[in-house]
Structure formats: C-alpha cells, structure tokens
Design a binder for this molecule. Structure first.
Ligand SMILES: [Zn+2]
Length: 147
C-alpha cells in the first residue's frame, strides 16, 4: 500500500556570518551581496563563507547589482514561478521568484531584481523577486573570464 501525504516542517537556523551580511544588505540597502574568492577569483552569489569550487575561506564581500539573466525556470502550481538567475557580476546563479507569469519567459531573458517598497521586518521578504525585462538585444550566456 502506498499512502500519499505531506509534512510541513518549519525550522529556524543560524544564517552564519556571511548569510547574516547577505540578509542585512538586502534589508538595509536593497543590495544583493556576493563573495569574491581570493584564490580562484570566482564571484559567488549569494555571499558565502567559503568557496565551493576551491575551498578557500578568504572571501571578500561584493555588491552584485540587480540585473542578470534567467537561465532556467519552473512553475509550481499555486506557488508561482521560480527561476535560476545569474546576476551580471556573478559566476554562480541564485534561485528566486520570477514575478509575472511564465508565458513569455525564455532562457537568456534579462531580469532585474524588485525590492519591497518599504523596509520589511523579515529580511527574506526584502527581495520580492525578479522581473523579466523587455529584450533590447539578445543576451549571450557565457562563462566568465577570470583573468
Ligand atoms: Zn575559489
């Protein structure tokens, strides 16, 4: 017998130093914070305490800007559209809500972060999501130059 069900599992966790800096930057400055690895020069989004590529822990906080490219997306019925977004100055991608429907989405479309109009008590609600932009020129998805 197979029985279907679901489990709701609320939890609380310590965001850590880099996670706390990331959420404070979102909440206080409407800024998406990343980290630049001193060893391999990759720019990671969001901010991290160590580089997942080379393991180095000497990272420097960098502001990533609000524009990027949508790499992929999915729709969760009743929950909205979620996308994998690579911000322009980052080498890694983040997952976040895509505002609007998914009818006109395509890989490579430009997106821009939209922040809450007022400072929200919950820093996770400071970034509302990413809005697709009108295409002005085709976006080219490439790997970053690390020289
Ligand atoms: Zn690295």
């Amino acid at each position: 017998m197979i029985r279907e069900g679901s489990i709701r599992l609320p939890f609380t966790y310590a965001a850590g130093k880099s996670g706390s800096e990331f959420f404070h930057a979102l909440q206080d400055r409407q800024c998406i914070l990343g980290s630049r690895c001193s060893a391999c020069k990759r720019v990671l989004a969001p901010a991290r305490s160590f580089c997942p590529t080379c393991g180095d822990a000497s990272l420097k906080a960098v502001e990533l800007g609000s524009g990027g490219v949508l790499l992929a997306w999915t729709e969760r019925p009743g929950k909205g559209v979620f996308g994998l977004i690579r911000l322009d100055s980052a080498d890694t991608a983040i997952v976040h809500r895509i505002l609007g429907g998914c009818d006109s989405l395509s890989s490579g479309v430009r997106v821009r972060a939209r922040f809450a109009a007022a400072r929200d008590e919950n820093p996770q609600d400071s970034l509302l999501g990413f809005e697709p932009q009108e295409p002005t020129e085709p976006a080219i998805i490439t790997s970053k130059d690390h020289s």
